[in-house]
Ligand binder design. Structure first.
Ligand code: HEM
Length: 202
């Protein structure tokens, strides 16, 4: 039996550009960062540091644009957390999905993130990214700490930055798995490219 689908325009142009640019920058920051961490040799240490710094500034610029966009369009409301249907959605991903059950949440233009996504992406935005940017900038300007009156520990800053990098890798793995859970394995990826999501009609 084929299920009827309807098309909903979920992701606007800026959002898609922001999403893919952010993904690319974070992947490249991870690749150069773990070379700096001495996990492997790819570009050479000096070049990896140079690339990492440039990519970091590009990410910071993108974040500034994204904050501006979310505030001026009101789209920040999409991330307001809610517990409504949270357990139903969690149950779906843990159990229901393997029994071919219906997803308990239907996306719409007004509410495109399910409650689990709202919590996850909010955590990403207000915890992981700020930790990574703050510790990264501290790391970058270590030579100025004394002059700026900053009394922190470089080893702890580096440890937190590396922990943030591992958190981002974990996020990435789960995130990519979740993209395959639409009505076809590539449906969510396609939606983030075209803006249009196909959702099952009741
Ligand atoms: C705006 C964001 C960021 C800034 C300002 C930043 C800055 C820095 C700086 C200055 C260093 C030290 C380079 C050196 O030793 O000279 C570093 C190291 C590193 N970065 Fe970033 N970074 C940022 C984002 C990221 C992201 C998103 C990741 C991972 C996905 C990452 C992963 C790493 C890792 C693994 C290291 C090596 C840490 C160590 O072994 O001490 N960074 N970063």
């Amino acid at each position: 039996m084929t299920t009827a689908t309807i098309r909903v325009y979920l992701f606007k142009g800026f959002e898609r550009l922001w999403h893919w640019t952010q993904a690319l920058l974070i992947i490249l920051l991870g690749i150069t960062g773990f070379e700096i961490h001495n996990s492997y040799h790819l570009f050479g240490y000096q070049k990896a540091v140079m690339l990492h710094n440039t990519l970091a500034w590009a990410l910071i610029a993108l974040i500034v644009f994204a904050i501006f966009w979310h505030l001026t369009t009101g789209e920040w409301r999409q991330y307001v957390p809610t517990t409504e249907r949270l357990s139903a959605v969690a149950h779906y991903y843990a159990v229901g999905i393997f029994k071919n059950e219906k997803h308990p949440f239907k996306e719409s233009e007004a509410s495109k993130l399910n409650p689990l996504q709202r919590f996850t992406y909010l955590g990403f935005k207000i915890l992981i990214i700020p930790v990574q940017v703050t510790t990264g900038l501290l790391y970058m300007y270590y030579n100025h700490w004394h002059e700026w009156g900053i009394f922190a520990r470089l080893d702890l800053t580096a440890l937190l930055h590396t922990a943030g990098a591992f958190a981002l890798i974990s996020f990435f793995i789960v995130h990519v798995y979740m993209t395959t859970t639409g009505h076809t394995p590539l449906a969510h990826i396609k939606a983030m490219i075209t803006g249009w999501e196909e959702i099952e009609a009741d």
